[in-house]
Ligand binder design. Structure first.
Ligand SMILES: [Zn+2]
Length: 296
């Protein structure tokens, strides 16, 4: 199965949708981590959710979903990001112990979800919501309802290897230019149809088959699939600026203790090493890239 998202529009119903399926993207996110199954499932759901939400924003930019777990939570942090411009994703999670079964609210107990949109130009946006007992899909439905005033239905699924999602969103009525009044039941009817979707179907059947099975009686315009891929945004320059952000004292302390400063990218596993000469260069020069080795 391919990694892609696909937009759909229900003609004359002011309802839009998006379906996403992730396979290799999820494998790449999990590749350098031995995530317990429950954490991998949560990451997969979050990646699918980020791809769905990215499709609802109009601007290019980076959309992030970040969960900070409460103090006692098994998963203390979970972050997925997607670039709207090129459809590349990355994600990571921090956990303690052996998180058992459970969804978002159990694994990240007492936590909060931040939705951040950093557009290429203009104002950064962030919305923060508490976690719904019903899981990530319910949490995001609540976010759309309360923050965006857009009735939204989300179905998210992940079996640890593949992830999938279906989003349906009722758009504000188009002011009488479209005959929404002729089909007042459309939102409820489409919702009932979507409720028959099973996790297994979403994860194992091709998207076009899923959409046909669910909505073949509706007038739906389905757009070309958009390919999604894993790609990290780390670089020697970014890591250098993180080191500068830590401050000279801390970096030099690590150097004194370890003989080398090693930074491992949490998203892709790339390791950046800085010896004494590199550190001096990084700390003294705010523009030049450090002469560090990079290896995977
Ligand atoms: Zn990286």
């Amino acid at each position: 199965m391919s990694d892609a998202s696909q937009r759909l529009i229900f003609e004359n119903a002011d309802v839009r949708g998006e379906i996403v399926q992730l396979d290799e993207v999820l494998a790449a996110i999990c590749e350098h981590h031995a995530y317990p199954p429950a954490v991998a499932r949560l990451l997969g759901e979050a990646a699918a959710a980020a791809a769905l939400m990215c499709a609802t924003i109009r601007s290019d930019g980076v959309l992030s979903l970040q969960v900070e777990g409460g103090e006692e939570a098994a998963v203390s942090m979970l972050l997925v990001q997607i670039d709207a411009a090129d459809g590349t994703l990355r994600g990571t999670a921090r956990y303690r112990g052996e998180p058992g079964r459970g969804g978002l609210a159990e694994l990240c107990a007492g936590g909060r979800l931040a939705i951040t949109i950093e557009p290429e130009e203009g104002q950064r946006y962030q919305g923060v919501v508490g976690l719904d007992e019903g899981g990530l899909a319910a949490t995001l439905e609540g976010y759309f309802r309360d923050s965006e005033q857009l009735p939204t239905r989300l179905h998210l699924a992940c079996d640890g290897r593949r992830a999938g999602g279906l989003l349906l969103q009722r758009l504000p009525a188009s002011g009488g230019t479209r005959p929404t009044e002729d089909d007042p039941d459309a939102w409820d009817r489409i919702g009932y149809l979507a409720e028959t979707l099973t996790d297994r179907e979403l994860l194992e059947r091709p998207a076009h088959e899923v959409l046909h099975r669910l909505f073949h009686q509706e007038t739906v315009r389905v757009f070309e699939p958009r390919t999604l891929a894993f790609q990290c945004r780390c670089s020697a320059g970014r890591i250098a600026s993180i080191l500068r952000g830590l401050g000279r004292e801390e970096v030099e302390q690590v150097l004194a203790e370890e003989g080398v400063v090693e930074v491992r990218c949490q998203f892709c596993g790339a390791t950046y090493r800085y010896d004494r000469v590199d550190v001096a260069q990084v700390l003294s020069d705010s523009s030049a890239a450090p002469g560090s080795d990079r290896y995977h």
